[in-house]
Structures are given as structure tokens and as C-alpha cells.
Design a binder for this molecule. Structure first.
Ligand code: ADP
Length: 453
């Protein structure tokens, strides 16, 4: 009887019998007939033959066992599932059990490797840097973001102590003090403009997870926010102080003269209007910045809008400037009429405010390649080059007193920039101090609605 346990690679074909059955099967199929033959030979006086047959049977049995043992040793040296040895008898059981154990081990190993790969990929996909430190703060593993944030190299720095690589005193102190409930911030030596927030999370008693986050933008937003609140407070405080001062003076006066009364009231009204304008501009800016702000779009007749703007500019100028139009294009734009009116109107009113009486202002609507451009050219005071890049910042003014005198809030060009951004347009500024300026709103061809007549 031959029991083939894994004669093929597919062990679903394995025939399983209890070992005790195999033992008796073997006795019945080999030992009993040979034993009977030896007994027969001995009984009929063939002692020599009986001895010879016994020796031969024992030798064959020994050879067969050694052969199986050799097969097993050879397979154990390289236990591939593809070359699993065929075996007979009880050796088949041993081989089968080892084969199945190896198969289970490989399955577990594959599962573990897959889990590890998934974990590694997950850690690589994080926007934060992750470094695994051992009990002696040596780097066991880190993701690519951590390499970038901390200037580490996975090839070079594995197994090195983190404090030897990052030597900033407060970082070293943070790692050594083991007070990990809070984070620390640092500018890494290799990228001093970057601000990192670093925090350590201990796990599994001795290991640590060091997490780094780039907070450069957050910090910048925080600074802009703080500056903005300070600027708004400052802008509101001045008119409020003026109004308060006049009211106190009026209260202290027993019988205020009608004329003084009117003058003070007029000045208070000016300050109130100034605050009103500021609040108006702040609300416009906030509407433009908010994503959810309503931004309906429709065909806008720009040539008509230019005529309206010229009319408004003339009434703002009160006849002090020569205002003309150059209409070189009849195209309309797809956009929001109110936002476009506000943006282009701001450019025109700035031209009036920053051009001394007698100067000239030209509103132009023209093609520029595939784009279309609305520009306002003035012969005003102009701007020195170092200011130009910052003009669209909120509350940035070249000449603070001139801006205030002419009713400026310092928010006009910030509004222009945001309104144009919502139309994928850009603001170009060409100016020369004392020679005048040209402010151009350049709209991309996708926004253009050509008109044939
Ligand atoms: P403001 O309310 O102060 O005019 P804006 O944001 O509209 O605020 O403009 C920012 C600054 O840009 C102004 O304070 C002024 O110094 C400068 N500026 C804007 N338009 C002109 C122009 N046409 N000529 C010269 N300077 C200008």
C-alpha cells in the first residue's frame, strides 16, 4: 500500500489516513508476507535462505527509510512549495505536516508583508512627517515628508540618534525632557524659512512617534489676520476719536453758536461717512473672498460699462481733469456686472484721486492678442517702483495722508485684485513716479463674448 500525501502541488488531493492504520497496512502489505516467507523457508530447513531473505528485507527497509530522510533533509534546506517531495508511508505524514506548516507560515508572512506595505503606504500618504524612534531615540523609520521637513535621509540616517542630526537646543531639550504633551516649533537649519510644529507621541512603552507639520502658511495667515485686525481698529479709531472729541466740545459749550454747531456737525458727518466707506469696502472684500458668496455670471456689455464709468469719473473729477475714452473693441465679457463695475470703477476713481487738477485720464477697452484689456491711464503723481508689488495688499498706501484726504480706505486695489481673480483676470500696473500710471485689467479669451456689430 502506497500513501501519496502530496504527490501534486495541490494538497486538496491529499488522502489522509490515521497513522495507526498506515502502520497496520504496512505490516499487512510488506512485513507479514516477508515474515511468512522467512518462517516457511526456516520451517522446511532453508535456514540460510531465510536468513538471506531477512537481511535483504531489512536492508531494503533501511535503504527506503534513509532515502526518505535524505529527501526530507534536502527539502528542509530549501522548502519551496513547488518542489514538495513525494513520500510513502509515515514519511508522507511527516512531509505533509511540514509542508502544511510551511504553507501556513508563508501565508502569515504574506499577510504581514501586505499589512506592513499598507501601513507604510498610509504613512507615506500623510501630509505630516512621521519618524519612528526606538528606546534610545534612534531613527527606525521615517516617511518622505519627514525627510523633507527635517533634512533626513532614509539611506544615510537610519539607526542614528535624532539629537545628533537635529541639534537645535530647544529641540534637543524637548526630546530629552520627555514632556511630550505639548509641541515645539522650529525653523529647520536646511530650510530656515519653513516653520515646523514638532510633537512626540510615545507608544509601546519605549518607542516614540515624532510627528512634524509645516505651519509656515498657517503662521503667515495668523500674521495677516493680526495685522488686518490692527489696521481696521486703527482706521476706525481715528474717525471715532474725532467724532467723540467734537461731541465732548459741544457738550461743554453752554450755548453753542449756530455756525459752530453746523461746522462741527459737518465735520462729524465727514468722519461718519469715512467709517461708512471703510465698512462698505470691508464687506465687499469679505463677499469677494468668501467662496460661498453669490457670484452670478451673465454677458456684460463692457463698451456700455466704459461709457458709464467715464460719466461717473467726470462727475467725481468735477471738471478738474480731461477724461477721454478709447474704444478699440466691441467685445462683451462673461462675468458678474456688479463686481466688474466695482473693480473697473475703483481704477478710474483712483486715477482722479491721484492726478492733480489739469491732468488727463483715459479709459480704454482694447484687444491684446487673444486677451482683452480695460485700462486706465492717468498723468498723475505716479508710483515709485518699490511700492508697485505691494499696492494690492490691504491698507497698503504709498502716501497715507493723500489717500485719506481723498477719501481712500486703502482697500480699493485689494477689492480690484479679488474681483479680477474671480474672473481669472489679472491686474497689471505700469507707473513712473511723477509721470503717471496705467492700471490694466487683463481678461483671458475664455471670458470674451465677441460682438459682430
Ligand atoms: P486708497 O484708498 O489708499 O486709494 P487703494 O488700494 O485704492 O487705496 O490704492 C493703494 C495705493 O496705491 C494708494 O494709497 C496709492 O498710494 C496708490 N495708487 C493707487 N492708484 C494710483 C494711481 N492711479 N496713481 C498713483 N498712485 C496710486
Amino acid at each position: 500500500m502506497t500513501d501519496t500525501f502530496f504527490s501534486s502541488k495541490n494538497d486538496t488531493k491529499i488522502k489522509r489516513y490515521p497513522p495507526i492504520m498506515k502502520f497496520w497496512g504496512r505490516i499487512l502489505s510488506y512485513a507479514l508476507p516477508i515474515g511468512a516467507m522467512v518462517w516457511g523457508l526456516a520451517k522446511f530447513g532453508h535456514t540460510k535462505e531465510a536468513l538471506g531473505l531477512s537481511c535483504a528485507a531489512l536492508l531494503i527497509a533501511l535503504f527506503s527509510q534513509l532515502k526518505q530522510l535524505f529527501k526530507l533533509t534536502a527539502w528542509l534546506l530549501d522548502p519551496t512549495l513547488e518542489t514538495s517531495p513525494d513520500a510513502t508511508g509515515n514519511w508522507g505524514d511527516v512531509f505533509m505536516m511540514l509542508y502544511q506548516q510551511e504553507k501556513r507560515r508563508r501565508k502569515d508572512q504574506r499577510k504581514l508583508a501586505a499589512t506592513l506595505t499598507r501601513f507604510t503606504r498610509g504613512a507615506e500618504a500623510l501630509p505630516d512627517g512621521v519618524v519612528v524612534l526606538d528606546e534610545n531615540d534612534r531613527i527606525e523609520w521615517c516617511n518622505a515628508v519627514a525627510e523633507r521637513h527635517l533634512g533626513l535621509s532614509r539611506k544615510r540616517d537610519m539607526g542614528l540618534t535624532i539629537n545628533y542630526l537635529i541639534r537645535q537646543p530647544h529641540f534637543v531639550e524637548y526630546v530629552n525632557n520627555e514632556r511630550y504633551t505639548e509641541s515645539v516649533t522650529m525653523h529647520p537649519d536646511h530650510a530656515p524659512d519653513t516653520l515646523l510644529s514638532v510633537q512626540i507621541f510615545p507608544f509601546e512603552a519605549t518607542l516614540k512617534l515624532l510627528v512634524t507639520r509645516d505651519i509656515t502658511q498657517l503662521e503667515k495667515i495668523g500674521v495677516v489676520h493680526r495685522d488686518f485686525v490692527a489696521n481696521v481698529s486703527h482706521e476706525l479709531r481715528t474717525p471715532l476719536t474725532v467724532v467723540g472729541g467734537f461731541l465732548e466740545t459741544l457738550l461743554d459749550m453752554e450755548n453753542p453758536d449756530q455756525e459752530i454747531n453746523r461746522r462741527y456737525m459737518g465735520m462729524m458727518l465727514d468722519q461718519t461717512r469715512r467709517m461708512e466707506r471703510l465698512v462698505e469696502d470691508l464687506l465687499t472684500l469679505s463677499r469677494l473672498e468668501s467662496q460661498s458668496g453669490q457670484h452670478r455670471e451673465e454677458p456684460v456689455n463692457i463698451p456700455r460699462l466704459v461709457e458709464i464709468l467715464a460719466h461717473e469719473t467726470r462727475s467725481l473729477s468735477g471738471g478738474k481733469h480731461t477724461i477721454s475714452i478709447e474704444m478699440e473693441c466691441t467685445d462683451w465679457l462673461n462675468g458678474n456686472p456688479d463686481e466688474l463695475h466695482s473693480a473697473l470703477g475703483n481704477l478710474a476713481s483712483n486715477a482722479v484721486r491721484y492726478t492733480p487738477a489739469g491732468g488727463s485720464i483715459t479709459l480704454k477697452w482694447a484687444k491684446q492678442g487673444d486677451d482683452v484689456v480695460f485700462s486706465v491711464k492717468d498723468s498723475g503723481i505716479g508710483i515709485e517702483p518699490q511700492h508697485i508689488a505691494r499696492l494690492t495688499e490691504r491698507f497698503y498706501r504709498v502716501d497715507r495722508s493723500r489717500s485719506r484726504e481723498t477719501g481712500g480706505t486703502g482697500l480699493g486695489l485689494a477689492i480690484v485684485k479679488h474681483a479680477l481673480l474671480r474672473h481669472q483676470a489679472r491686474l497689471e500696473i505700469h507707473s513712473e513716479s511723477g509721470q503717471g500710471s496705467t492700471f490694466s485689467a487683463v481678461f483671458p479669451s475664455e471670458r470674451v463674448l465677441p460682438q459682430n456689430n
